[in-house]
Design a protein around this ligand. Structure first.
Ligand SMILES: Nc1nc2c(ncn2[C@@H]2O[C@H](COP(=O)(O)OP(=O)(O)OP(=O)(O)O)[C@@H](O)[C@H]2O)c(=O)[nH]1
Ligand SMILES: Nc1nc2c(ncn2[C@@H]2O[C@H](COP(=O)(O)OP(=O)(O)OP(=O)(O)O)[C@@H](O)[C@H]2O)c(=O)[nH]1
Ligand SMILES: [Mg+2]
Ligand SMILES: [Mg+2]
Lengths: 286, 277
């Protein structure tokens, strides 16, 4: 574990019980390796450890009987603070509330839409699932199947400009109070299509959720930045049921100020959880 | 700092950051930079010279990873595509199938993802677009049974290749990894040999988890190659460097877009240049 490794570093260098500033810096280098191995953006790691160093070069660490623990406590606190400190929730404003789901290709948007529909149903809401992805083969079938699984109505809107108003009308007629909108995956390096920006302008969705794969490496903040013009209100980090350390959960709030609101922890509709910064901090540190 | 002749500590840090940003990982980034520092010890090269040396080092590291496609002897040759969720397997299956068909060969696709919503529909649609025949069962069917049927069909109809699409799965899920082993055994029982190609499809935007993916999928099926997808963006796919170093699994193709024609062979020199620039 990182605590063991740090203790080892300090034992090898610390010599006679009292830690020097150089020893603390050696410890920080070890932590830096752990953050980078966890896919934290290299610049975010540098800045974060810079803030930690300021705090760590005080008596708290240098004169502690357990300097490794003490240093890690500071790091853990700084991570959790950067990731938002406390769990966030969806805004769900509007009548009906519109939740627009966007993100890069293959991140888990369509699956997350199904999960959101189930999540909101459990909270007493009445969602409508809308497919605005005319380009991916069988996208409508995929969302329609998920809609059936979570017992939520489905509407296909392949031409968003003309079909989405019809979806809103259907929502009002069927007394659905939340509309969840699935969109095409954006290829890496491309900006979101013009019609998506137009959609946001015309319909002002209360929530614009960016769905991003937790396996994403150093590109996470860069990829997320491309979606900011759409007015992203929160990020859903998916595939955290594997062994990815999920450094993107730190890089994105740190660089873009965008909170992680939910996490995907599996392929089933029930595999959606709130985001807990403290838990994520421990996961990133390994 | 750059182009001023004298290399400073900052220059070396900048070089390491460049490599880190490309997802090569902290170990390899540190190693490559130390090697360059040794090489330029006592000299004052320009930034361009150092960058060129780095490109050369990366290219050399990866040169053994190039394995141009060579048709297997046995027919039908079976190509099994595996990988984590959303990596681009289904799209890549059809891209490769289409490419093989373009060489005048008869290709059959097997829809062995019987789990995910509309996975079979998706493969059927893409197969239609590429004018390739697809064998599928109903959703929820046993993937091994689909592969058995498809292979029997390929053998009796004289297809040169069978391309098998499988469901995405995270490598840490043991039962799902064992399912892949079972699929290989189904092929082996019918053919007397396992699938000729067992290819891991890796998303270029994935970070260090790619190494875990390669290790565990390799344990499950014995990978014969990698395909790296989504290289049409800013991601460099640098995680293939530590994979190559640790496991020696060659890289056959690169996916460079969502269109079925967006498939190119892996070239170490080109990959190195794109990574370093
Ligand atoms: N293990 C796991 N798999 C997930 C999770 N979320 C989504 N997936 C899987 O990831 C794959 C891609 O999911 P999709 O919902 O199709 O992704 P998408 O963003 O809609 O893809 P595009 O529309 O092509 O951009 C599927 O195999 C999903 O089952 C998760 O939290 N955990
Ligand atoms: N830009 C780009 N997109 C790609 C590439 N390869 C695949 N995609 C896209 O990535 C998304 C996921 O592709 P799929 O082929 O469904 O991935 P998969 O691995 O089969 O997904 P699951 O079966 O759900 O695990 C789709 O939107 C594809 O169009 C590529 O090389 N470049
Ligand atoms: Mg989708
Ligand atoms: Mg697939």
């Amino acid at each position: 574990s990182l605590t063991e490794r740090l203790t080892q570093i300090f034992r090898n260098l610390g010599g006679k019980g009292k830690l020097s500033e150089a020893d603390v810096r050696a410890g920080l280098r070890g932590i830096r390796q752990a953050l980078l191995a966890a896919d934290v953006h290299w610049q975010v790691a540098r800045e974060l450890l810079g803030r930690v160093e300021e705090q760590a070069l005080g008596a708290k660490v240098l004169q502690s009987l357990t300097p490794a623990q003490q240093l890690l406590a500071i790091v853990r606190q700084e991570l959790a603070r950067t990731m938002g400190g406390q769990a966030q929730s969806l805004r769900l404003t509007g009548r009906p509330a519109t939740v627009l789901v966007v993100g890069p290709a293959g991140g888990g948007k369509t699956t997350t839409c199904g999960k959101l529909a189930r999540w909101l149903s459990k909270k007493g809401r009445h969602p409508l699932l809308v497919c605005c992805d005319p380009q991916r083969p069988a996208a409508a079938e995929q969302l329609a199947t998920l809609a059936r699984q979570v017992e939520v109505p489905f509407h296909n809107a392949p031409n968003p400009e003309t079909d989405f108003p019809a979806a809103l009308k259907k929502a009002r007629q069927e007394l659905r109070d939340v509309v969840i909108v699935d969109t095409p995956g954006v290829p890496p390096g491309e900006a979101p299509p013009g019609w998506l920006a137009q959609f946001v302008k015309v319909h002002s969705p209360g929530d614009v959720l960016l769905v991003l794969d937790a396996l994403t490496g150093q590109e996470a903040a860069q990829i997320a930045a491309g979606f900011l013009p759409l007015g992203v209100t929160g990020v859903v980090l998916t595939k955290l049921d594997g062994d990815a350390r999920g450094g993107a959960a730190l890089s994105i709030p740190a660089r873009l100020g965008c909170p992680i609101v939910l996490v995907g922890v599996g392929e089933r509709p029930s595999d959606l959880e709130p985001f807990y910064p403290q838990r994520m901090a421990d996961r990133i540190l390994g | 700092v750059r182009g001023q002749g004298a290399l400073t500590q900052e220059t070396w840090e900048e070089l390491e950051d460049l490599l880190l940003a490309a997802d090569v990982g902290p170990e390899l980034a540190g190693e490559l930079v130390s090697r360059l520092r040794e090489r330029f010890d006592g000299q004052s090269p320009a930034w361009e010279e150092v960058q060129a040396a780095l490109e050369e080092a990366v290219g050399e590291l990866l040169s053994g990873a190039e394995r141009p496609w060579s048709p297997p002897e046995g027919s039908p040759g079976v190509l099994l595509f595996v990988g984590v969720n959303g990596s681009g397997k289904t799209t890549t299956c059809v891209k490769v199938g289409r490419w093989l068909a373009g060489q005048g060969q008869r290709v059959l696709l097997a829809a062995a993802d019987t789990f995910r919503a509309a996975a079979i529909d998706q493969l059927r649609r893409l197969g239609e677009e590429a004018q390739l025949e697809v064998i599928a069962h109903r959703p929820g069917a046993d993937p091994g049974a689909v592969v058995h049927d498809a292979l029997a069909h390929a053998r009796s109809q004289g297809h040169r290749y069978l391309v098998v699409d499988t469901a995405g799965r995270l490598q840490t899920k043991r039962p799902l990894m064992e399912e892949l082993g079972k699929i290989c055994r189904v092929v082996e029982k019918l053919q007397g040999r396992p699938p000729e190609e067992r290819l891991l499809v890796v998303d270029a935007t994935v970070g260090q988890n790619a190494i875990s993916q390669a290790e565990l999928f390799h344990q499950a099926v014995g990978l014969t190659g990698l395909v790296v997808t989504k290289l049409d963006g800013s991601a460099k796919g640098g995680a293939v460097l530590p994979i190559w170093r640790a496991l020696g699994i060659p890289i056959l193709w690169l996916g460079v877009g969502q269109a079925l024609s967006d498939l190119v062979p892996f070239r170490a020199r080109d990959f190195a240049r794109a990574l370093v620039r």
